[in-house]
Design a binder for this molecule. Structure first.
Ligand code: PLP
Length: 401
């Protein structure tokens, strides 16, 4: 049986052949250090107890389908979150819940794109965005993020990437894989381009609470309430509940008459009946009250110290440098081409896996052009990170392609 022709254009390399090889090694009894996926709970960064208690408490009430948009109490909590962040117009009717941001990304693009439509996507990107654009028959046009400027988007390149078929702009802030937190000026520049060219903005802010060193995350919907925008977030990272599959979107900037796209989105929400109901019950508790992520991102907190440690260790490897991430959960390290001369970075990751039993992700899997980056997830405790980066150091010392 053949797969759909349309899938031939879809790439999602970070869970591709490399992961299958890791699985085969594990099946053969090898222990692999996996620093390839931003999944906090397996590293002991547990979902806060009150969230679990709320889900358990509500299990009995979660047996039937909910409203296709999600339960009301959770949508109120999401609306209030955006109001507090400065997007004061967001109401529960503007919120839709999903089985993680992943499902909402696909739904939002399915509702928008016809064959040949273009979407501006950052390079590097979280590759589901590019993959989902392709799945929907569209074309991802990658705008450059500038490594020499802390991976901030290059506004000139972004502007030059807009053409007659451009429908939307994707913003990932804080960014996966680079960890960049966009400055207010850059973000306003991006939103102004969207405004002037009539583009729909998708802003993926799933890491909005994971920022370090006093960096400020600016909520795009608060900066441009007049620009049609879908803001997305969820519990996977900030609340360490990736397995719950609990995410949301908030709709802003659409005028009362501009309902066609939103009707399409509602149709798709209806067709999948509703998101997983027990996980919806986690949202109100998660978003209210004390935010335990705050204790993890300050000096002495686990995420802060792990980032600090991993970044320092990584950047002492000869021929490796890395912009220090100000947000999210990743280090996107550069292997200096003058030193390492990598032609195929996926091959490098497989060789590293086979020789050192360490699993990282290759940069081209995040839609950059050159095979000279690797992504390291720094969720593991410091002793594991030490071990892993030591393995990378000794691997690179002898590696030739
Ligand atoms: N968006 C970004 C930028 C991500 O990094 C991820 C997961 O790594 C997702 C979305 C998917 O999140 P979810 O677990 O809510 O589907």
């Amino acid at each position: 049986m053949k797969q759909a022709q349309r899938l031939k254009a879809v790439r999602y390399d970070i869970r591709g052949p490399v992961l299958r090889r890791a699985q085969a090694l594990e099946d053969a009894g090898h222990k692999i250090i996996k620093l390839n996926i931003g999944n906090p709970a397996p590293w002991g960064l547990a979902t806060p107890e009150p969230i679990i208690a709320d889900v358990v408490h509500n299990l009995g009430n979660a047996q039937g389908y909910s409203d296709a948009r999600g339960i009301y109490s959770a949508r109120v909590a999401v609306a209030q979150k955006y109001q507090i962040q400065g997007a004061t117009d967001v109401q529960p009717e503007d919120v839709m819940l999903g089985n993680g941001v992943s499902e909402l990304i696909v739904m939002c693009l399915q509702a928008l794109l016809d064959t040949g439509d273009e979407v501006l996507v950052p390079s590097p990107d979280y590759p589901l965005w590019t993959g989902a654009v392709s799945l929907c028959g569209g074309r991802a046009v990658h705008y450059r993020c500038d490594e020499s400027n802390g991976w901030q988007p290059d506004l000139e390149h972004l502007a030059a990437s807009i053409g007659p078929n451009t429908r939307a702009m994707v913003i990932i802030n804080p960014n996966n894989p680079t960890g960049a937190v966009y400055s207010r000026e850059i973000l306003e520049g991006m939103l102004d381009l969207a405004r002037r060219h009539g583009l729909l903005v998708f802003t993926d802010e799933i890491y909005d609470q994971i920022v370090f060193d006093g960096a400020v995350h600016h909520t795009a919907a608060a900066l441009a309430p007049d620009v049609p925008m879908i803001s997305m977030g969820g519990l996977s990272k900030t609340h360490r509940a990736a397995g719950f599959r609990s995410g949301w979107l908030a709709i802003t900037g659409f005028s009362g008459r501009d309902t066609d796209y939103l009707e399409g989105l509602q149709l798709l929400a209806n067709m999948r009946l509703c998101p997983n109901v027990p996980a919806q019950h986690a949202i109100q508790t998660a978003l209210g009250g004390y935010q335990s992520i705050n204790a993890l991102i300050v000096p002495g907190g686990r995420l802060y110290e792990q980032r600090e440690h991993a970044w320092r260790a990584l950047t002492t490897i000869p021929g490796v440098d890395c912009v220090k991430p100000e947000g999210a959960l990743y280090l996107f390290a550069r292997l200096d081409p003058a030193v390492h001369k990598i032609r195929d970075d996926e091959r490098l990751i497989i060789d590293l896996l086979e020789q050192k039993h360490l699993l990282l992700s290759h940069g081209t899997g995040f839609n950059i052009d050159t095979p000279d980056h690797v992504r390291v997830v720094y969720l593991a405790p410091v002793d594991v990170l030490n071990d892993a980066i030591g393995r990378l150091r000794s691997f690179l010392a002898n590696y030739r392609q």
